[in-house]
Design a protein around this ligand. Structure first.
Ligand SMILES: Nc1ncnc2c1ncn2[C@@H]1O[C@H](COP(=O)(O)OP(=O)(O)OP(=O)(O)O)[C@@H](O)[C@H]1O
Ligand SMILES: [Mg+2]
Length: 316
């Protein structure tokens, strides 16, 4: 089935589920392009989510909290250079078939299943996924970008990638987007709403939240009550969306450990032949409270297999 047929089919499904589909025409200024679920479909996991509509039709506004009469906010649409991204070795929707794409499929499957409540044992806040590692430079950002794109390529999954490693923001450098307001601004200013700083991208169903304006007390801010409130607000405001946090390393920073306590799922990146076993154990010990911790062995190049991700396992 082609993309247009898929979109048409989805539109029909959304209409059948009683979801008002926002207009695709983002130029109609002032018109709230919000999807509303009628008849309490929120608890029905099989019904398409309002965010699906937004992802498919790229409405101009982020959906406001269900039922709230807040004025519609408009999130900026940005263009990620997909050729550049593909050349740098990342998964892109334009090149969906590659070894890396296949490996991402294996890694994302259980994460999506948990996030959509389809696993045998339900996981609290399973749509909040943090990608971290014991030490710097093990591939957290590489994994978080690939996972987010790969998940967004699923027709039913809307993804927000959060640049929570504010000391090494990935969005300007890796995604080639200009630096702007983001997470740190949300933590320091009351006049900014998530929808004001969130960026919609040319990758269907993928939005990104930049790290924001550098701040001298960034570490404290990330481990603050304000961050806890923001994460909770994002989780309840976008319950059908998967949030992928690119987080700092666990051993050298406290903010990652605080952030981990709010997450339903953790992806712990371990660099093959580099991360000492003691560091992996230390990192896992900091995650004991987290319901799901998946370990991904990155950069393995075993003779014969050539696979980057040789092994993954779930703990918890
Ligand atoms: N599987 C992989 N295949 C190829 N290159 C990779 C892979 N994983 C990571 N890299 C590269 O290794 C380098 C370090 O990765 P990355 O920046 O993602 O790590 P990080 O854990 O986010 O680092 P930091 O702690 O500094 O934020 C980058 O240049 C990245 O492109
Ligand atoms: Mg990084």
């Amino acid at each position: 089935m082609g993309l247009i047929e898929q979109a048409a089919k989805r539109l029909e499904e959304l209409k059948r589920a009683g979801i008002e589909v926002p207009l695709a025409d983002s130029a109609r200024a002032g018109e709230p392009a919000r999807a509303e679920v009628r008849g309490g479909a929120g608890s029905d996991r099989t019904a398409p989510s309002p965010n699906d509509a937004q992802g498919l039709f790229r409405s101009a506004a982020e959906p406001a909290e269900a039922g709230a009469e807040a004025p519609a906010r408009r999130s900026k649409l940005v263009e990620i250079d997909l050729q550049r991204l593909a050349a740098a070795g990342y998964v892109t929707p334009t090149a969906p078939r590659s070894r890396l794409a296949d490996e991402m499929r294996v890694i994302k499957r259980p994460l999506i299943s948990n996030a959509q409540g389809k696993s045998a044992a339900p996981v609290d806040a399973a749509n909040l996924i943090m990608v971290t590692s014991a030490l710097p430079g093990e591939g957290k950002t590489f994994m978080a970008i690939n996972l987010a794109i790969s998940m967004a390529m699923e027709l039913d999954t809307t993804v927000l990638r959060v640049d929570a490693d504010v000391a090494r923001p990935a969005i300007p450098e890796r995604l080639g987007l200009p630096p702007g307001k983001g997470l740190l601004d949300l933590l320091t200013r009351k006049d900014i709403d998530v929808a004001d700083v969130l960026l919609r991208t040319n990758i269907e169903r993928l939005s990104v939240l930049p790290a924001g304006t550098p701040h001298s007390r960034a570490t404290e801010l990330l481990a603050s009550e304000a961050m806890t409130r923001l994460v909770e607000e994002m989780a309840s405001r976008y319950p059908e969306r998967i949030l992928v946090f690119d987080a700092p390393p666990l051993i050298s920073s406290t903010e990652s450990r605080v952030l981990a306590t709010h997450m339903g799922q953790i992806v712990l990146v371990v660099e093959a032949d580099r991360t000492p076993q003691a560091s992996v154990k230390q990192a896992l010990a900091t995650l004991e409270q987290c319901p799901v911790v998946m370990t991904v062995l990155n950069k393995t190049e075993r003779s014969g297999s050539g696979s980057y991700y040789g092994y993954y396992g779930a703990y918890g």
